[in-house]
Ligand binder design. Structure first.
Ligand code: NAD
Length: 467
């Protein structure tokens, strides 16, 4: 039996089966978790479909109030949620607390948005109005790196817009989402929000489901391609937030000492398991040795341990599959470059890998060409400022990027030529709910949060009246 339950049709219910969830810092079973069957997915969709007409007809002010109530509940329970998040995801408790408070902040800001009707023309010939209508039942599919924060990118907007929702977290990090479900179960009318958990086997059924009108998906590019293909049969709306291989370019006028901490944070936050982390660092030859040495010192000084221990800077990788994958990238580092910090998995239980800096490496190595999604950073030397832009863009990904320089105007010129949805200058990984976010090329389709994100949870309807 599990102490956690699914949320279906306003009730907390057992899964038809259970599955174990591990603590990645110990590899011990943290809890048994419900595992929904396909029949339970169908029940959740039927409940959401039945709840839709009344929810869509509820005034937006009333829907807004309920989303804000959920933000209050998240804040009031932030301590418990953060501890649970660390225990299942691995990140340090301070970062988990930041994620939970960020979740509440996203709920609050996104709940404040509006869907005003726009008059396109009001003339002697006609009156044309543009309305934003809800779509119906929406499915939200979430990955394991930021289970609560990524939920907060989707849930408030989907519900505010008048849709009803099915949420499916990743199988290795379902607990904090189910805890959230338990905390807010009495806030919404039944069926408006349903939360189910699976063993990686219901995502496809969700994306094919004839009664789901839109899928908002965050995860890998490979799975995103499957989502797009299976959504085609019912022509579902899709928003895809996918993988990245973000390049960061350090110009010759940057001060290595000054930029190193921000670059380290941008690459090693959440042990590198961030879609928008710095995954390839290009450094001008004139400051290459100095910046490599600064980064190696930061990596050597970073405390790697159980996220529940005070002082931990980097927790474990989230799951065994990712841990094994990152060990493969360490092999590439040994073969294709010079490791100047870290370089190995840690000899202890848990999926721990030392923060690793790799220099004298270039394109052609899988550590540079592919998304490592772990704490291993390749530092690549360049000499020509035109050539480095070409190399940064020579990837199918286009999620984020950054430029570091003491001359902001110069950095701007480089930033504007990077093929990425977000480019930062002298920072990396700065996100907020009022700043739209989305990927270029194979890093995604569509936009999340801000007004643009809200629009994606709606159907544009034109009413064109004769005079
Ligand atoms: P994943 O693609 O393996 O899984 C993501 C989710 O999809 C999980 O809930 C999983 O159960 C579900 N899923 C699995 N098969 C499915 C299918 N056929 N149809 C529908 N859903 C299915 O990704 P992951 O390993 O959990 O996450 C890591 C990846 O996510 C990295 O590539 C990372 O860059 C990316 N990511 C992107 C963003 C972004 O906003 N762009 C944010 C976080 C993570």
């Amino acid at each position: 039996m599990s102490e956690y339950r699914l949320l279906i049709d306003g009730k907390m219910v057992d899964g038809d089966q259970t599955m174990a969830v591990l603590n990645p810092a110990t590899e011990e079973v943290l809890a048994q978790c419900p595992r929904a069957s396909k029949a339970q997915l169908d029940q959740a969709v039927a409940a959401a479909k039945a709840a839709f007409p009344a929810w869509a007809a509820t005034p937006i002010e009333a829907r807004r109030k309920l989303v804000l109530k959920m933000a209050d509940v998240i804040e009031a329970n932030s301590g418990d949620l953060a501890r649970l998040l660390t225990s299942e995801q691995g990140k340090p408790l301070a970062d988990a607390t930041f994620e939970v408070m960020g979740m509440a902040g996203f709920f609050r800001y996104l709940a404040s948005l509006d869907l005003p009707m726009k008059v396109i023309e009001d003339s002697n010939d006609r009156r044309v109005e543009a309305h934003r209508r809800p779509l119906g039942v929406v499915g939200a599919i979430i990955p394991w790196n930021y289970p609560l924060l990524i939920l907060s990118f989707k849930l408030p907007l989907a519900l505010l817009a008048g849709n009803t929702l099915i949420v499916k977290p990743a199988p290795t990090t379902p607990l904090s989402t189910l805890k959230f479900a338990e905390l807010i179960v009495d806030i919404l009318p039944k069926g408006v929000l349903n939360i189910i958990t699976d063993a990686n086997d219901l995502g496809d059924a969700m994306t094919r489901h004839p009664d789901i009108r839109k899928i908002s998906f965050t995860g890998s590019t490979a799975t995103g391609q499957k989502v797009m293909a299976s959504a085609a049969a019912t022509l579902k709306r899709i928003t895809l937030e996918l993988g990245g291989n973000d390049a960061s370019i350090v110009l010759d006028d940057a001060d290595p000492k000054k930029v190193a901490p921000g670059i380290f944070e941008g690459a090693f936050q959440n042990s590198g398991q961030v879609c928008l982390a710095i995954k390839r660092l290009y450094v001008h030859e004139s400051i290459y040795d100095e910046l490599c040495a600064e980064l190696a010192t930061l990596a050597n000084n970073a405390v790697v341990d159980d996220g529940l221990k005070q002082g931990t800077k980097l927790g474990p990788l989230q799951n065994k599959m990712q841990y094994e994958k990152v060990k493969g990238f360490l092999d590439a580092a040994r073969k294709d470059g010079n490791i100047i910090a870290g370089g190995a998995a840690m000899d202890r239980p848990g999926y721990f890998i030392q923060p690793t800096i790799v220099r004298d490496i270039k394109e052609g190595s899988k550590l540079v060409d592919e998304e490592q999604f772990g704490p291993v950073l390749p530092v690549i030397k360049y000499s020509d400022s035109e050539d480095v832009i070409r190399r940064a863009n020579a990837t199918n990904y286009g999620l984020g990027g950054s430029v570091w320089s003491s001359d902001t105007e110069r950095a701007h010129k480089v930033a504007s030529r990077m093929e990425a949805g977000t480019v930062w200058i002298n920072k990396h990984l700065d996100m907020a709910p009022h700043i739209p976010f989305g990927g270029a090329k194979q890093s995604g389709i569509g936009t999340e949060f801000a007004e643009e994100g809200l629009a994606e949870f709606t159907q544009l309807q034109i009413i064109n009246a004769a005079r």
